[in-house]
Every structure is written in C-alpha cells, then in structure tokens.
Design a protein around this ligand. Structure first.
Ligand code: FMN
Length: 329
C-alpha cells in the first residue's frame, strides 16, 4: 500500500517540508511513501472539449498530451493521499486548480464512473477506470505567510474541491501560519512539524480500512460536520448552505454562540457522498428529459428538441462570431 504526498509549493519550500515530515510519520508504521512536486509536471489548462466526458464516444484520458495522465495514474495507484500547498491569494495556487480541472471533474466522479460502468457492461465504449472505486484516506496541509488565519481562509476548503470527485476520505487537515516567504521557515515551528508528523500517522492508520472506519482525526470538527470546513453561505435567510458540500443547514444562536445544524438527511446528500454525486448525475441524465427540461431541472436538451435548439443557437451566435476578434498578445 502506497501513500502519495503531493506538494504544490516550491521545491523544498515550507509545504514540501511539512509534507515530507508527514510522510516520515506515516513511514514509521511501515507505510510505503512517495512524493510528487507539481512543479515537476507540465499540465496545461482544460479546454472544455468534453471528449473525456462524452459517455458514448469518450476517449480514455484526454486530447491534450502532457503530464496529466502521469499525475492521474499516480493518484489512481495510491492508497492514501496527502495534499500540501501554500496559500496564494487566499486559496491554493492556481496551478493546482489547473490540474484539478483536467483530472477531477465529472470524468472522475465516482458516481458517474459507476453509471458509465453500467453502460460499458451493456457494450458501450466508455471511459471507466476501476481504480476510481478504491476508497482512500487523505489529508490536507495548508501553509501561509500570514500570522492570522484570515489570510489563509480558503486554503483548506479549496483542497476539498480537488478531491471530492474521487471520494477521498479526508481524515485530517492542518493550517500553518506565519511561514513568510523564507524557504524552510517552518522548520522553526516545532509544533507545526510535530502536527504534520501526526497527520501522516493518521492517514497511514486509516489506509486499508473500509470507508466507514476511516474516522476524522482533525483538531476541530468545523462548522460543517461533513467536509469539516467553515465556509457558510448566508443568503439573508435560513437555511444557510455549506458551499463545499452543497447542503443546507439551520443557523441558530445558542447561549450567545452561532451554530449551524445540518440534519442527517442533508448530511447524507453532501456531494462528498455517493448519494450527493448521484443527484448531480440525475440532474444531467434525467429519467424524463422533456419534463425535466420544462421544469428547469436539467441543462441537458431533450433529444427530440436538440436539432431545433442547436439551430437556434447557431442563428443567434452569428452576431457574436461577426464581432471583433479577441485581443491577443
Ligand atoms: C503569489 C503569492 C501569494 C501569496 N498569498 C498569500 C496569502 O494570501 N496568504 C498568506 O497567508 N500567504 C500568502 N503567501 C505566502 C506563502 O503562502 C508562504 O510564503 C508559504 O510559506 C509558501 O510556501 P512554500 O514555501 O511551500 O512555497 C503568498 C505567496 C505568494 C508567492
């Protein structure tokens, strides 16, 4: 069993050092480990051609030939995953998100993969990677220069957007503040280094266990008990929403403390769960496409109207195609 650590920070920077410490912690119990620095791979942005998502004609992997397949195979082959990265402008670096978009959209969504597998069994030519069904534990390390968490606010939660499609069971996370831009400054922070080691140990401990036995080992539960993050969207009235999970909860004030209560039913429909992912599949593949389209419950055109709508789009698009060209460097 292999634990893969991915760093999206500088070579031998603070994120990579913390990651290596975590992997060393995991290795103590005999876990095999591997480190991948994203600065060593060349991955270009997704161009949204959707070839990888077209269920019937779907080609394996991608039309862009670069290191994305290498990263995909590394992640698919691992049995545990730790993501470590700096905070750039409040989130993990954009390059990580470029890789996320190439690999972790609906193409690798476990529920979509299950549905595609059914099509494959019926003889369709579709992309199915059996390794996607592996249950893996994982953890996140987010590192920032600021001494206040206010400037690292989206570091951990945006990591979740990288891993929910493959259903990574996140068992731990940590945020390290005050690392400035000096490479290795984190080595002055003994508590952070010790916590990273513990994080690696937590992931190693969960590896190989069935999903329900992979317990949350983080220091705080978080406002949302499913993703353990604190991002709550308030649209002026209750219920409020966890934007990571897409679930609704009720905001309450008890003894002067603000709490958000998420019902069991809502927690079960988080997009981090299979049920939540199936909701998304059904939205795009409704049982009655005509009815769902009329009720605005799907963006998938009903087959009987497709030719008509495509003609309408072509007609309306002519004006924009005739407009000035995009400015280029
Ligand atoms: C472009 C850029 C943006 C940054 N933005 C933030 C930020 O929003 N919040 C923060 O706390 N630190 C920020 N930092 C500081 C880094 O997160 C910090 O120096 C970190 O330790 C670098 O990690 P590394 O050594 O693994 O590369 C930024 C650094 C750079 C280069």
């Amino acid at each position: 069993m292999k634990l893969l650590g991915i760093s999206c920070g500088r070579r031998m920077g603070n994120s990579e050092i913390l990651l290596r410490e975590a992997l060393m912690g995991a290795a103590e119990s005999g876990t095999e480990t591997e480190v991948l620095s994203l600065l060593d791979v060349d991955v270009k942005p997704c161009i949204g051609c959707k070839v990888c998502q077209a269920e019937i004609t779907g080609k394996e992997y991608c039309v862009i030939k670069d290191d994305a397949v290498f990263v995909w195979n590394k992640i698919m082959d691992c049995d545990g995953l730790i993501l470590s990265g700096p905070v750039y402008c409040l989130t993990p670096p954009g390059y990580l998100l470029v890789i996320r978009d190439r690999l972790f959209g609906s193409k690798s969504d476990v529920a979509w993969m299950m549905e595609r597998k059914k099509l494959k069994e019926q003889g369709e030519k579709v992309f199915v990677d059996e390794r996607c069904f592996k249950t893996r534990p994982g953890a996140f390390i987010s590192v920032g220069g600021s001494v206040t968490p206010d400037w690292l606010s989206l570091g951990l939660s945006i990591f979740q957007t990288m891993t929910f499609s493959i259903q990574l069971e996140v068992v731990d996370q940590m945020m390290v503040m005050g690392t400035n831009i000096v490479k290795g400054q984190v080595l002055l922070d003994d508590a952070a280094m010790a916590r990273a080691r513990k994080l690696g140990y937590h992931v190693a401990e969960a590896m190989g266990k069935p999903g329900p036995e992979m317990k949350w080992r983080g220091d705080e539960t978080g406002t949302c008990p499913v993703c353990h993050q604190n991002e709550i969207t308030i649209k002026g009235k209750n219920p409020v929403q966890c934007p990571i999970c897409g679930i609704y909860g009720e905001l309450k004030i008890e003894n002067g403390e603000i709490k958000v209560v998420f019902s069991e039913a809502e927690q079960k429909r988080s997009r981090l769960t299979l049920a939540g992912k199936m909701e998304h599949w059904n939205e795009y593949h409704p049982a009655d496409p005509e009815k769902a389209w009329k009720l605005n419950q799907t963006s998938t055109m009903p087959p009987a109207k497709q030719a008509q709508y495509m003609n309408e789009i072509t007609r309306k698009m002519a004006k924009y195609k005739a407009d000035k060209p995009c400015t280029k460097p």
